[in-house]
Design a protein around this ligand. Structure first.
Ligand code: BTN
Length: 321
C-alpha cells in the first residue's frame, strides 16, 4: 500500500500496466489495491480511460529516512506509523514499555485521535500532522506549569517561519486564525508530577486538509491559508527545531520567562469572555496569564486566576473593552 501511494504521490497519471510492473502484480491486482486504498484511507483516486490513475491531489507522505536525517540535532528517536489509534496513546505505551526517551511518534492517520475535554481529533490520512513527543520530567511541577502554553508558542513560531503569519494563540493552547482552529495541543501525564513523571506533548496541525464533514468546529489549514500544499516532512522538521528552541528554557526556568511573549501572541487579551468549567460558567475580561500560565480574568472588579486542562473560553458578543 505504501509503495502504491509513493508511486501515485506525485499527483501525475500512472497507467495500470506501469503500476503493475513497479509492484510486480497484474493490472487487475493493481485495480483491487487501488480500491482497497480508497476504502482504507479515504484518499480519492481518479481513473481516466487511456491515461491511468492519479490522486485527486498530490500527497506529501512522511518519509522516515528523511526525517531521521533532518532531526539529527533533536536527539529523539522517531516512530512513524501508517495508521494508529492515537499518537499520544502510542507514545504512552512506548513510555510504559521502557523505551528510551525522548521519543517522537508520528502517524499518517489516527483512528481515535484525542482532543481536549474528551473530544475527538479528526485525523484523515496523510493530510495533517499528528505529532506526539514523550519526555521524562524529573521532580519539577514548575517545569510542567505553563508547558502547554509554551508548546503553543513553539507551534506558532514554526507556523510563522513557514509563512503562516496571521495565526495567534487562545488560552490555554489553541492556535487560531480569526475564529478558525489551525492547531491544537493535548498534554498527557503519567507518574508523579512532584517526583518522576512522563509527559506526552500531543500536537495536531491542520496542514493540507481542504474539506471535512467531520470536524464540528470552525477550522482552517495551512494549505487553505497559504493557497498551496505543504510538505509535511518540512513541517515536522521545523516544529522539532522550534520545540528545541523553546523547551529547554521552559524545563529549566519555567513559564515566567515566556509570559510577556505569550501575552503578545494572545488573540483574546482584553476581550470579554465566558470561561466554561464543566457546567459552571464565569464571565470576565481577559487580563492575561500569571507566571505559571494560569488565566487571569477580571470578574466583577476582582482579579481571579484559573488553571486546568478542562477549562475552555468562549468570546462574548460585545467583546472589545
Ligand atoms: C485539542 O483538542 O485542541 C487538542 C488536539 C490534540 C490533537 C493531537 S494529534 C496528535 C496527538 N494525538 C492525539 O490523539 N491527540 C494529539
Amino acid at each position: 500500500m505504501q509503495m502504491l501511494l509513493k508511486l501515485l504521490g506525485d499527483g501525475e497519471f500512472h497507467s495500470g500496466e506501469d503500476l503493475g510492473v513497479a509492484l510486480g502484480v497484474s493490472r487487475s491486482a493493481v485495480w483491487k489495491r487501488l480500491q482497497q486504498l480508497e476504502t482504507e484511507t479515504g484518499i480519492e483516486i481518479h481513473k481516466v480511460r487511456g491515461r491511468g490513475y492519479r490522486l485527486a491531489s498530490p500527497l506529501y507522505l512522511l518519509d522516515q529516512c528523511r526525517l531521521k536525517e533532518s532531526q539529527d540535532d533533536a536527539r529523539w528517536s522517531i516512530h512513524v506509523y501508517d495508521s494508529i489509534d492515537s499518537t499520544n496513546a502510542e507514545a504512552m505505551r512506548l513510555v510504559e514499555r521502557g523505551e528510551s526517551l525522548p521519543l517522537l511518534v508520528l502517524a499518517e492517520q489516527q483512528t481515535a485521535g484525542r482532543g481536549r475535554r474528551g473530544r475527538k481529533w479528526v485525523s484523515p490520512f496523510a493530510e495533517n500532522l499528528y505529532y506526539s513527543l514523550a519526555l521524562r520530567i524529573d521532580g519539577g511541577m514548575r517545569q510542567l506549569e505553563g508547558l502547554s502554553l509554551v508548546v503553543g508558542l513553539a507551534v506558532l513560531k514554526m507556523l510563522q517561519e513557514l509563512g503562516i503569519n496571521d495565526a495567534g494563540l487562545k488560552w490555554p493552547n489553541d492556535i487560531l486564525i480569526g475564529d478558525r482552529k489551525l492547531a491544537g495541543i493535548l498534554l498527557e501525564l503519567t507518574g508523579d508530577p512532584a517526583d518522576v513523571c512522563h509527559v506526552v506533548i500531543g500536537i495536531g496541525i491542520n496542514v493540507n486538509m481542504r474539506a471535512s464533514a467531520e470536524v464540528d468546529q470552525s477550522w482552517t489549514s495551512m494549505m487553505l491559508e497559504s493557497g498551496f500544499a505543504h510538505d509535511r516532512n518540512l513541517v515536522v522538521t521545523s516544529l522539532g527545531k522550534s520545540l528545541n528552541a523553546y523547551l529547554p528554557m521552559q524545563l529549566e526556568a519555567g513559564f515566567a520567562a515566556f509570559r510577556a511573549e505569550w501575552e503578545a501572541c494572545h488573540l483574546w487579551q482584553g476581550k470579554r469572555v465566558t470561561l466554561l468549567a464543566g457546567i459552571n460558567e464565569v464571565e470576565g475580561v481577559v487580563l492575561g496569564v500569571d507566571s505559571g500560565g494560569a488565566l487571569r480574568l477580571q470578574v466583577d472588579g476582582e482579579v481571579k486566576v484559573f488553571s486546568g486542562g478542562e477549562l475552555s473560553l468562549r468570546l462574548r458578543a460585545t467583546s472589545d473593552l
